[in-house]
Design a protein around this ligand. Sequence first.
Ligand code: ZN
Ligand code: ZN
Length: 57
Amino acid sequence: MATHYICTGECGGVADKPGTCQATDCSKHGQPLQECHCEDGMHRQAKEWEGSDSAAL
Ligand SMILES: [Zn+2]
Ligand SMILES: [Zn+2]
């Protein structure tokens, strides 16, 4: 899978180019998508980054 961009909110949105979450009922609506390079479609890498950001707060 090539570089893709995911929403780390509950909508689980995935896009093939940068953007923001388009799901109005998602807690991340309007926030930038997280760049991801995973090959398995699990998006662990991007989600771990998000998690470490939260843990630091
Ligand atoms: Zn979202
Ligand atoms: Zn991914």
